[in-house]
Design a protein around this ligand. Sequence first.
Ligand SMILES: [Fe+2]
Ligand SMILES: [Fe+2]
Length: 317
Amino acid sequence: MEKIVDQEAAFQARIDAGEKIEPKDWMPEKYRKTHIRQISQHAHSEIVGMLPEGNWITRTPTLRRKVGLLAKVQDEAGHGLYLYSAAETLGISRDELFHQLHIGKAKYSSIFNYPTMTWADIGAIGWLVDGAAIINQVMLTRTSFGPYARAMVRICKEESFHQRQGYEIMLTLCEGTPEQKAMAQDALNRWWWPSLMMFGPRDAESPNTEQSVKWKIKRKTNDELRQQFIDITIPQAEILGITVPDPDLKWNEERQHYDFGEIDWDEFWQVVKGNGPCNKERLQARNDAWNNGAWVRNAARAHAEKRAEKERTAEAS
Ligand SMILES: [Fe+2]
Ligand SMILES: [Fe+2]
């Protein structure tokens, strides 16, 4: 028992000193489990996040927009793959990670359980959803687990490009016809509150925060990050000339922050529990992709076996 206490203290001292923890280093079981859960949830979010946007690839307004959207969706696939690889270094297989997603056991970001109804939603997602993701993720570039921190450096660079691309879509619509501007406003109305929910429950209801801060997974609390996002985003909405759907939003001179209205926490928990507008559809799409890809996996396996067999016979003769 004493030995484990010493080991844990030495482990924490390394983190406090700013050292990175690498896959083969000793780590407490809770650290390993927490990281498998967090990194795989993050990976699943990147992969499921391709679905709402993929919905518009065949319907972009111009060829230029199609090129941009295709590249963005491919970036998200890349983010998912780096993150699955990072999770695998902790001793879990990719098949197991996929399985947890497919049976609905693993979580992914609830924001992707909302539908993309119009082209403006693609702008709003880039601007708000990638924007919120960056605020959550920049602190992860300095997190204690080496493979996760290194993956996040590149991911954050790409996310910030996505955010600008989304904002540019919004700007174009807002400078367009009254109908286009109304479409941008409608997208903001639908995506604003779900984007604020991306920062998670209020601090008072977020029991893991303290441990996450110790391991440098978190450097700021959910409420602090949410406030930061609102403070950054409101001036951007002003430039667009559209308004967030919150009658209580007001600059607070004393706090030097925006005050804002209450989030619908009932909706938040409903979507987390699987009852959002698209939860079933998203899981079905991932399951279909897995099942429809079975023949590719089987063919690759058969090919590898044949090759190995050939090599064995060549060696024997
Ligand atoms: Fe991403
Ligand atoms: Fe992104």
